[in-house]
Design a protein around this ligand. Sequence first.
Ligand code: EPU
Length: 360
Amino acid sequence: MDRLRALLADTGAQVRESVRLAELTTLRVGGPATVVTCATRDSLAATVRALDAAGIPLLLIAGGSNLLISDDGFDGVVVQVATERVEIGADGVLAEAGANWDTVVAATVAAGLGGLECLSGIPGSAGATPVQNVGAYGVEVAHLLRRVRLLDRASGEIRWAEPEELGFGYRTGVLKHSDKAVVLAVDFALDPSGASAPLAYRELAVALDAAEGSTRPAAEVRQAVLRLRAGKGMVLDPADHDTWSAGSFFTNPVVPRSRVDEVRAAIAAHVGDVTIPVYPAPEGVKFSAGWLIERAGFAKGFPGAEAPARLSTKHTLALTNRGTATAADLIALARAVRDGVADRFGITLEPEPVTVGVTL
Ligand code: EPU
């Protein structure tokens, strides 16, 4: 530990030992680790460079909303990104990686800038949004991103990256499954007229009594999105265990065209002739994971009131910690759900959160 403190002496980072990582994640699970907190961009870059040069494994945590960490913690150093500056411009916003995402969205809407309102109420940090191309209600981060400030860990260099370099797809991008770069800041281009992005999600358009494809003032859309999300337990509330989650635990599966008929037949064999919610996707058809989970026999609240890890009582796609769940409990629940859906419908759901020290 003295060695670590000496290594980081000039970085401005604060070192704490034996921190329960459960305190840093929205699922509230995760064992102990040494945590190094960086409050400025310079401190963050210097810390990552120093740890990399010393060959010490590191795990970055900012909002902690997309992480499932082992009960054994992390055998290395956790770098907590606590850089929080947000600069609103005439036609956009520049946010440091550790800025609370919803604070950023709220500030843009309050400043009369449109574009991010559909991404209201999403837990986590600004810097995490380009990592997996966060999206909701028909808008993805990739649509609005102007550039991302990256620290290249191999060279130690800092530069702006264009969205085209980041390989965005549905809930994915080159930053997600790679340790090569650290996001330091994000820059979004927004609409100074204050109009929302076109309303592309039916449920949201209906809630606003608006035509799909039309726009509304961003502030109105933000309020509607917050209401919809809260109704699904997707807005953090310490008093509501339905929100002790990592949001959607599985991505919505994209089934290649060649397998769509087979999957539809498997669903019909189990649940009869029902309308199956599907969405167009580049290489096939996107099915709804929440719908499949429910139809596979995993109701909201599964497996019941006694279990420490349960499906949310408001949305089957969120795995939740009722207060005493361990990572092992959540993994067991995730496996039961994944395997049940695979057995019945022939679709293997993929987890959305990043797992640390545990695998499904
Ligand atoms: N459904 C059920 N049972 C449930 C929940 C949903 O049958 O318990 C059905 C609904 O009836 C609907 C369909 O599933 O037909 C889709 O549900 P919803 O509109 O809630 O959206 P989702 O596909 O489950 C996705 C994102 C969310 C995002 C919403 C709104 C993924 C994995 N999830 O959820 O993102 O907020 O759309 O755009 O793409 C996240 O990524 O963490 C997240 C919360």
